[in-house]
Unconditional design. Structure first.
Length: 116
């Protein structure tokens, strides 16, 4: 049973930083791509950043590039999303995602609220 669990969300002021974590169980991520998505009220789920776990190669959306950094810990089977210079528009529920044997898996999400 593949399970993804996100954590690290919270309330932060504009310009602040947060680090989100994604813990995977039931799968060794080494052969997979793991991605972060977000969903703001009234908007669809949007891609934020992704990483090829084995190589560490990363890719980011235009809005995340330069502010967000995705990285992994191979010893802990975990993915992180460090978010800096946060803006009000970054407020959303953030989800971790991976595909295993053509099956999509999502975590339950973690809320990030950027507000003064």
């Amino acid at each position: 049973q593949v399970e993804l669990v996100e954590s690290g969300g919270g309330l932060v002021q504009p310009g602040g930083s947060l680090r989100l974590s994604c813990t995977a169980s039931g799968v060794t991520l080494n052969h997979h791509v793991v991605q972060w998505f977000r969903e703001a009220p009234g908007k669809g789920r949007q891609f934020v950043a992704g990483i090829t776990f084995s190589s560490g190669s990363t890719f980011h959306s235009a809005s995340a590039k330069g502010r967000f950094n995705i990285y992994r810990d191979t010893t802990k089977n975990m993915i992180y999303l460090h978010m800096a210079r946060l803006e009000v528009e970054d407020t959303a529920v953030y989800y971790c995602n991976t595909n295993v044997d053509d099956q999509e898996y999502w975590g339950q999400g973690t809320q990030v609220t950027v507000s003064s």
